[in-house]
Design a protein around this ligand. Structure first.
Ligand SMILES: [Zn+2]
Length: 428
């Protein structure tokens, strides 16, 4: 295979990671980490840094109607499709140095490396910083716009939320630069048709502990978790807490407690990659001297396939019936919301695998418990995602850390996945 020896410039790459990590930095006494919430002064500074680095490397900078900022490596054939590589430069408050920024800066480094190498690809390469991935005003605002799932109402809701954020004096100045100035109708025009794209690749930190525990530098993401959420209500009987003998009670909270204690084991036994959480409990009447009559538990579970979600759904309904089997007790499921799992494209998974193999890196196939821009892109173009380890699984925290050698490994695998896609055998 040609270009086998091509590698990213690791000194330049690691210094961009360091420099980006300093943008929006908060002092330790203010909680540490960095704050680059979208449209803040720090977000603008991060965008400026990305723009200048791209322009200095001879890439063409593009700002779309949803404020997605990208750097393009273009070849002569104007009609060639575009391979998107992306993630996000915005952070949560007190965020870490790598969540999102890694994917954008690794993409930038890959584009610069390709530019300098003189390699010619059958597609343009565009590195995208998506607007508001973290959902300050609306989750995945930028990638939703690019993939065409926004409505005028969803855009207006985002803009209203942003308008109310009084600390962001920079907002009007920033919006003035965006084509269409973030008018709802203009944002709809940020949509890119799937047939103009050659695919989407995203490198991200795992934000979980598995790769580190397995001592494996590269994760090939199989799917992004889908989620279902319930209000699960146990119905019992309110009785005098002093006069009702223990054997004659229908205590809804005892049933709920049995459910909460048993659910994690049930799910772990049959669905080892899935997760279940009981996040809240509402008790009626909620006083010490009356046995609980009605208890609502907020249940949510997530898994990488629809079959697993169905299986968990069934297992938890069965468990609810079991714990509410006593006289005077009943359980009711009120399914509140659900999202489908997003499988990653199998061709893209094999390209990432192939790239890691060719560079001698061990891999692990795993689903992503966290949401990413990739789950939006997967709806319109073949999408692949790769992870590098997160120390102690920490993320959304100043404690986020990935060793430099793993950052470099991830960027080189990304580079070689792009090269593999360009091979005649690579999928297009
Ligand atoms: Zn992220």
């Amino acid at each position: 295979m040609p270009h086998t020896n091509l590698r990213i410039n690791q000194t330049r790459f690691l210094s961009t990671i360091d420099e980006m990590a300093r943008i929006g930095l908060l002092p330790d006494e203010a909680g540490g980490g960095r704050d680059r919430r979208p449209f803040s002064a720090a977000d603008r500074a991060a965008r400026r840094y990305f723009r200048e680095a791209a322009e200095a490397g001879g890439l063409r900078v593009r700002l779309d109607q949803a404020a997605n900022l990208s750097a393009r490596l273009e070849y002569d054939d104007e009609d060639a499709p575009t391979l998107l590589i992306g993630s996000h430069l915005d952070t949560v408050p007190h965020g870490g140095a790598y969540d999102g920024a890694l994917g954008v800066l690794a993409g930038l480094e890959v584009a610069l490396t390709l530019q300098e190498s003189g390699v010619r690809l059958p597609f343009h390469v565009e590195v995208v910083n998506f607007t508001d991935e973290e959902g300050r005003f609306g989750y995945f605002f930028g990638s939703r716009a690019l993939t065409g799932v926004h409505t005028e109402a969803s855009i207006a809701a985002f803009l209203d939320a942003a308008d109310e954020a009084e600390e962001f004096d920079d907002l009007p100045a920033m919006w003035a630069q965006v084509p269409g100035q973030l008018d709802p109708e203009a944002v709809l025009a940020a949509r890119r048709p799937g047939d103009s794209l050659a695919g989407y690749l995203e490198l991200h930190i795992e934000q979980g502990p598995r790769l580190e525990a397995a001592n494996v530098p590269i994760g090939v993401v199989s799917a992004i978790f889908g989620r279902r959420a319930w209000y699960l209500t146990f119905l019992g009987r309110a009785d005098h807490a002093g006069t009702t003998p223990m054997g004659l009670r229908a205590d809804a909270l005892v049933a709920a407690a049995r459910f909460i204690a048993a659910a994690p084991e049930r799910v772990a036994a049959d669905f080892p990659e899935a997760v279940v959480t009981c996040g809240n409990v509402e008790v009626k009447p909620g006083v010490a001297n009356v046995t609980p009559r009605e208890v609502t538990v907020w249940v949510e579970f997530r898994a990488g396939t629809e079959a697993e979600l169905d299986g968990i759904d069934e297992a938890l309904r069965r468990l609810a019936e079991e714990v509410a089997a006593g006289p005077g007790l009943a359980a009711q499921v009120d399914a509140r919301s659900s999202s489908h799992p997003t499988p990653m494209d199998s061709g893209m998974q094999s390209l990432i695998q192939q790239a890691a193999d060719s560079l001698g890196y061990a891999t692990h196939s795993l689903p992503s418990g966290a949401g990413h821009d990739a789950q939006m892109l997967a709806a319109i173009t073949p999408t692949g995602m790769l992870f590098v380890p997160s120390k102690d699984g920490r993320s959304h925290s100043p404690a986020e850390y990935t060793p430099p050698e793993d950052l470099v490994a991830g960027a080189n695998v990304l580079l070689h996945a792009v090269l593999a896609l360009a091979q005649p055998s690579g999928q297009m």
